[in-house]
Design a protein around this ligand. Structure first.
Ligand code: ADP
Length: 295
């Protein structure tokens, strides 16, 4: 099923325009929504999850109008919010059973099967009788996925998921998401470029409520190839370089400041060519406001 978002806009009562005419087409598979904090990602995710209404625009998922057919969409939806509030004293298996009732799985043997299935799928079976308060960060994230999977969702929304996970937990979490992308639309909202590089064949960059770019990460990287240059500079000259060049990144390497710039010709001045990566793509769109480009 395809998710079709058209001209979505949302202004909060305090005047913040969180989304400005956002349009996206998202197919089955993993889709990365990449943007800095405050870009509008959570606002968009909450609207897709039917938790919030936009001021204007439309969303369809398959045949359904997401903004109207809320009950049907909720049955197709798995939503993993930034913080999955857990009840520390309840056992994992009991809370899942309770959530399954809320999801409308009324038949108790069907519910038992489904709860067991998601516990196995998320590798939590052996921890099923543990109280949630004793779960590690990684286990809590997997529990979040388990609850999102209860109703066999076709639209899965994952908002900033890897904060607080150690590398091994993050890897496990990635593998799980990847598998889900085989037969559902999975939207991964994040500010972590690496996660999108690893997982998503399709993506969008959002900044200040505006979709800056949409397309395949690989193609976006190729489009930038040959235009990224780098050199080490004296730290105190950073501002001077920023005035002279389009600086898209700066790193500290062994105490020295290395900058990356965009230039479609050899800028000379000790700059060396650098192979483009998704971080360069990302910062080329968000380091200054520019016209949306489709790749
Ligand atoms: P992101 O998830 O990319 O960090 P958000 O959607 O949370 O972005 O926020 C987008 C903008 O809207 C930010 O400027 C944020 O401060 C503002 N915002 C988010 N939620 C609310 C709210 N409930 N009321 C007012 N402003 C909000």
């Amino acid at each position: 099923m395809k998710l079709h978002i058209e001209n979505l806009s949302q202004t909060y009562p305090n005047g913040v325009q969180a989304l400005k005419n956002v349009s996206l087409e998202i197919e089955t598979g993993m889709f990365g929504l990449l943007g800095p904090n405050g870009a509008g990602k959570s606002t968009l995710m909450r609207i897709l999850a039917t938790l919030q209404m936009p001021d204007s625009g439309s969303i369809t998922f398959g045949e359904h109008n997401v903004l109207i057919d809320k009950t049907e969409i909720r049955q197709l939806l798995g939503y993993l919010p930034q913080e999955f509030g857990v009840y520390p004293k309840i056992k994992a298996i009991s809370l899942l059973d309770h959530l399954a009732v809320l999801k409308g799985i009324g038949n108790s043997s069907e519910r038992k099967n489904r709860v067991e299935q998601v516990l196995v799928q998320t590798n939590l079976w052996k921890h099923r009788n543990k109280r949630l308060g004793g779960y590690s960060g990684g286990m809590r994230q997997r529990f979040g996925i388990a609850q999102a999977l209860l109703a066999d969702p076709k639209l899965i929304i994952v908002d900033e998921p890897t904060a607080g996970l150690d590398p091994a937990e993050r890897n496990r979490f990635h593998n799980m998401l990847s598998e889900l992308g085989n037969n559902a639309v999975v939207i991964l909202s994040t500010h972590i470029v690496d996660d999108v590089t690893k997982l998503c064949p399709d993506m969008a960059i959002i900044h200040e409520g505006v979709i800056q770019m949409t397309g395949s990460p690989q193609e976006a990287i190729e489009a930038l190839e040959g235009n990224v240059w780098q050199r080490v500079i004296p730290k105190q000259e950073l501002d001077k370089f920023k005035q002279q060049y389009q600086v898209i990144g700066e790193h500290l390497i062994a105490g020295q400041t290395q900058i990356m710039i965009l230039s479609d010709f050899d800028p000379g001045n000790e700059f060396k060519p650098k192979p483009a990566d998704l971080e360069d793509v990302y910062f080329s769109y968000i380091s200054h406001t520019q016209q949306p480009v489709l790749v």
